[in-house]
Write a protein that binds this ligand. Structure first.
Ligand code: C2E
Ligand code: MG
Ligand code: MG
Length: 701
């Protein structure tokens, strides 16, 4: 190598002082070489830098016989080095490659070699090039590659998007999780591709911009349209030099569908009964506790019902547990149909079920009434036979009911009391329900008795109509109001105040009302056959519930035909509540009946809320001043004004005005002065039996 030095030793042009090429080569971070293009690449010259690179001196390579440079290349890299050089030479171009060598000290180093075949000056046919230590860069490069491949192959979905939410990076994890390949996803908008709830996505985006990060659970839409739950973290990156000037959002999503599924499985195991899939005891207690807390806050009332199947043990013992299980499952389904969506049916175990009626009622009575409705539904729902395989089985249920109020009751007391009431139901002969609260139970029993009595009264003809005369200003009887009385078998007579409300609530009023109309029309037809009474009108009270029945008109028509009555003698008394309930239907029915000759009176006028505009649109004939105004009409200035206004109103609307509850001459005088047309009240007569009324009407007539 020293032999080469004079040839390579001119001063460099353009330098302030003479700089020897030797010095330059020595300082180079690498080694310049020239070698033969033979198999061993026999080195003819290599600069001193080779010692720093390989640990072997330059002389070690240039000595004859010297060390072949190829011998320090790692055997596994040798073949690729050879072929890279051979290929480059064959193509007539420079070569460049990186490979590993083992240094004199045994260390492995990366070398970068660049070279070419010298074809021109110097010694053509030799290879000349430069070797440099590439270890640091190579390792950094490898590390980057490794990191990139980690990102690429990570289990999680890793996505980057720019500030326009355009996807700029999409790893294999994202491909696996969302089903879109990287080429399909890149360039698309994140939200368009993945979001099923854009509002949540926008919130995450906004939060990330403000706080540099966001994390939470998001569900994303997959390529196949299914959704996947992910635990997602968003991080705002940049702007920095490594990423260029733009900011990006790095989104890392972990598939938590499995975890969610497991969580929901665990939740179901912990809170649901595995046989019937109804909420279990723990779930019920949780809901009951919350219901009581809510009730304490809102002051509303709910109820808890303990339902225990009667004689379930018998089925289990005689038909086996599989049949018993089948029944429990079928019972669970029927029970679910008996409650509102917000209410809850739970299974405590065995054949014990519990219904929780949410506290939404304004009073204990209303909650009891709601519970009673549900209990009756449950009894009826379970009464239909169950088909259990071959077996056609009927089951009954005993139910204990307790009303709930958060300010008084606790979870424990409610459960205990409902349970105790259930035993009372069993003791009362099963297939029934009992309230725990003594007052509620007493009221309920009385009501149930009354309801039963009303049905019996219809069958046994215990109802009668009495007729209270209505007179005009000259004292002439112009008609009567039919008023219902219930004559009990023991001779006691009950008045409507004692039973009409229950009849309305239970729906029996429909049958009672039909009876009233039949009886009233038969009586009116009888009057119409007597010359002295033919011109009288008969007013009949009709419940709102009955008036809006779809077949009300046809039912009346049938009665007219059967009784042969002239409908023009019939006046129906309606209440303001009816008008408010269903104005359109009411007006339609009224118009239809009016065409048949009937007339209408608005009863208890002044106590309701009907507007003048509404009144004007109805084909009314008469306003009936409620008797509550009459009592103090002579002493109470307000009552007096109201009565005067009603009469004036009737006049202006062209309606007749009748006053009921007229008890004294003073009241009669007041009404007469105010211009009232017709009077009804104890001053003249109370309601009379049909026979007495006929005598009265004929006598006074
Ligand atoms: P209503 O239609 O306002 O009937 C007037 C009520 O006032 C009747 O009570 C009558 O006996 C009473 N009354 C009559 N004159 C006087 C009086 O001078 N002073 C006082 N203090 N009261 C008097 P009743 O017969 O007990 O009826 C009560 C309510 O029951 C009726 O009020 C009506 O809403 C309802 N009702 C009666 N019969 C029937 C019916 O057949 N069907 C329906 N749906 N409801 C009926
Ligand atoms: Mg009336
Ligand atoms: Mg009235």
């Amino acid at each position: 190598m020293s032999a080469m030095q004079p040839m390579l030793d001119p001063s460099l042009p353009g330098q302030a002082g003479p700089l020897s090429l030797t010095l330059l080569l020595r300082n180079l971070p690498g080694a310049v070489y020239r070698c033969h293009n033979d198999r061993d690449w026999t080195i003819e010259f290599i600069s001193e830098g080779v010692e720093k690179l390989t640990g072997y001196s330059a002389a070690a390579f240039t000595a004859r016989p010297g060390m072949a440079f190829g011998s320090i290349i790692l055997p596994e890299d040798r073949a690729s080095v050879d072929s890279a050089v051979a290929l480059a030479l064959a193509q007539g171009r420079a070569y460049q490659m990186t490979y590993r060598i083992r240094t004199a000290g045994g260390e492995i180093r990366w070398v970068c070699e660049q070279g070419a075949l010298n074809l021109t000056n110097g010694r053509p046919g030799m290879l000349e090039g430069f070797l440099s230590d590439f270890t640091r860069l190579k390792l950094a490069d490898l590390k980057m590659l490794e990191q990139a491949s980690f990102l690429q192959r990570a289990r999680d979905a890793i996505i980057a998007m720019d500030m326009y939410s355009t996807i700029t990076y999409w790893n294999q994890g994202a491909e696996r999780l969302y089903g879109w390949s990287a080429p399909e996803a890149l360039g698309r908008r994140f939200c368009d591709l993945l979001c099923d709830k854009p509002a949540l996505y926008e919130e995450a985006f906004r939060h990330t911009l403000q706080n540099s990060e966001w994390s939470g659970e998001l569900s994303h839409v997959r390529r196949d349209g299914s959704t996947v739950e992910t635990d997602t973290s968003w991080t705002l990156l940049g702007p920095d030099n490594t990423l260029g000037a733009c900011q990006k959002i790095l989104v890392i999503g972990t598939d938590i569908s499995e975890r969610k599924l497991n969580e929901s499985r665990i939740f179901r195991l912990a809170y649901f009964d595995h046989l019937t899939e109804l909420p279990n005891r723990a779930n019920l207690l949780d809901h009951l506790r919350r219901a009581l807390l809510g009730s304490a806050r809102t002051r509303k009332f709910g109820a808890l019902m303990f339902c225990d199947l009667d004689n379930f043990k018998f089925l289990n013992d005689s038909w086996g547990h599989a049949t018993g299980d089948e029944l429990l499952q079928a019972v669970a389904r029927r029970l679910e149909h008996c409650v509102r969506e917000a209410d809850m049916v739970a299974r405590l175990g065995g054949d014990e079920f519990v219904v929780l009626i949410q506290p939404v009622e304004d009073s204990r009575e209303l909650a009891a009434s709601q519970a009673e409705t549900v209990a009756a539904k449950v009894v009826a729902a379970l009464a239909a036979p169950f088909q259990l395989g071959e077996l056609n089985y009927s089951v009954s249920v005993s139910i204990g009911v307790v009303t709930l109020c958060g300010t008084h009751d606790t979870v424990e007391s409610a459960l205990r009391q409902a349970d105790a009431a259930m035993y009372q139901a069993k003791a009362a002969g099963r297939n029934t329900f009992r309230f725990h609260d003594p007052a509620v139970q007493a009221a309920w029993s009385a009501r149930a008795e009354l309801e039963g009595g009303l049905r019996r009264a219809l069958q046994h003809d215990e109802f009668v109509l009495h007729y209270q005369p209505q007179l005009d200003r000259s004292g002439r009887v112009i008609g009567a109001e039919a008023l219902l009385r219930w004559r009990l078998p023991n001779g006691r007579v009950l008045y409507p105040a004692e039973f009409i409300a229950v009849a309305e609530e239970s729906g029996i009023i429909i049958d009672i009302g039909s009876w009233v109309l039949r009886t009233a029309c038969a009586e009116l037809a009888r009057w119409q056959r007597m010359p002295e009474m033919a011109g009288l009108t008969l007013s009949v009270n009709v419940s709102a519930r009955q008036f809006i029945e779809a077949d009300f008109v046809s039912m009346l028509q049938a009665i007219f035909e059967h009784s042969g009555v002239q409908p023009s003698g019939l006046k129906l008394e309606l209440t303001e509540s009816l008008v408010i309930t269903d104005f359109t239907q009411t007006a339609h029915t009224m118009t239809t009946l009016k065409r048949r000759g009937l007339s209408f009176s608005l009863d208890d006028f002044g106590t309701g809320y009907s507007s003048l505009a509404t009144l004007r649109k109805l084909p009314l004939d008469q306003l009936k001043i409620d008797h509550s105004f009459m009592r103090d009409v002579l002493t109470d200035h307000n009552d007096a004004s109201i009565v005067r206004s009603i009469i004036a109103l009737g006049d202006s609307l062209g309606l007749q005005v009748i006053a009921e509850g007229v008890e004294t001459m003073g009241q009669r005088q007041f009404l007469s002065d105010a211009g009232c047309h017709i009077y009804q009240g104890f001053l003249y007569q109370c309601a009379l039996s049909a026979e007495h009324f006929t005598q009265y009407a004929r006598g006074v007539h």
